[in-house]
Design a protein around this ligand. Sequence first.
Ligand SMILES: *[C@@H]1O[C@H](CO)[C@@H](O)[C@H](O)[C@H]1NC(C)=O
Ligand SMILES: *[C@@H]1O[C@H](CO)[C@@H](O)[C@H](O)[C@H]1NC(C)=O
Length: 434
Amino acid sequence: MFASHILPVLIIAHGVFAATWIVPGAVWKDTAGNTIDAHGGGIVERSGTFYWTGQSASNDETPFMYSSTDLLNWTPLGAQASIDQMWRPKYAKPNGEFWIYGQVNRLVQPLVSSQVVGGYAVHGAAVYLPPDDYTYSDTGMFLDPASDTWYLLTSADHNNLQINQINSDGTVGSRVNVLEGSYEAPGMFKAGSTYYLIVSAKTGWTANPNKMFYSSGITGTWTGPFDIAPESENTYGSQNTFELTISGSQATTYIYMGDAWDSTGGPSSTYVWLPMTVTSTSVTLDYYSMWKVDVTTGAISYPASKKRFMAEEAKLSGRATVMACDQCIGKRSITGINSESQAVFHNITGTGSPQWISLHYSVNNPEEGQAHIYVNDEPLPVNISDLNRRAGYHKTIPVQLNLKRGDENTIRIGALGSRGKPPNLFPSLSPIIS
Ligand SMILES: *[C@@H]1O[C@H](CO)[C@@H](O)[C@H](O)[C@H]1NC(C)=O
Ligand SMILES: *[C@@H]1O[C@H](CO)[C@@H](O)[C@H](O)[C@H]1NC(C)=O
């Protein structure tokens, strides 16, 4: 293991008090300390509480629900129905009851309950999509604020994007619009008088540049496709699942919710949520490595950086050395990190609670090499990409670590990877705001 795989240039400790942020790509824990397991999901707000429903990848794709009043701290509410293999479950309320719709065996399966949380039961058999008995994939859901009508969005016949009204008796109603093309993972929102549809290309679990189409009406003609992020970012490593609107007292914030799938859509898949800038003809994901929205005012904020630990402050072992780096923030980087050569940062202030640390580094090939991290005297390293799916592909990633309270924490950074890979110390990567 002699190739150079990593160049940590600095560590930024965010905030002395354990602030909570939305961190795209990072492992997100619920209030019980378990990883949130609600993939391909959607969110609905009722009386100030947000309910997040998604498929549980660790429980045979059963619909799981979580609730929150701040979009940050999520309380697990468990399985919502005795059903499995239900993909992309989405909540709707077309009448006095509470409904979840999802894809089962490529058909639409409605579930119904008399309450928002729990007790969802199968409502009739899974059905084909009107008008032509289509099978489909990828359930999306949209509540049109103009008419208070719910719409099911699907990849009908696994091909064209179709919009079907949900009838007031909960059944899947007529098709109101179609977008021709090979798209999936639809989500929709309305801003001003314009309807925006966000869709993914079909590349399995691998991320692709998701696209936006817009229309002046739910039954209107779609204009597009338009990029929502630089193509090379592949939607920041994610696939669309839902769009959430926060209408605050100061601002209306539109939120993109995506899934950062692992290679099998399994339990280590994470979430990429980002605010969007919306104009009458464009939607742009605003990338922040950490951010949050005040659900009362609608205002977005992100952390101020605290103390930075630069390359030359690290104690180095083995073949690790400090070298000049024009593009690095501190103009220095560390090269030669490998399994026997580490960079050790001492005297990092800890809160005694889980806290966010931004790592600035790059790896030759994230598929073949893993940067890992040891905290204090913990005997086992943690692969940084297990903490954040964006690790290795992007220069700056936040990871959540447990540091002791006080100023004497130590972080050791090492790497594993294939021997003999030519070091690529200055890969061209997109700029990241930390
Ligand atoms: C860490 O802080 C202690 C106490 O201030 C100091 O004695 C020690 O030299 C520091 N270690 C490093 C590596 O800076
Ligand atoms: C960390 O990554 C390395 C290299 O890919 C791998 O060999 C090792 O098993 C991983 N460790 C864990 C705990 O997954």
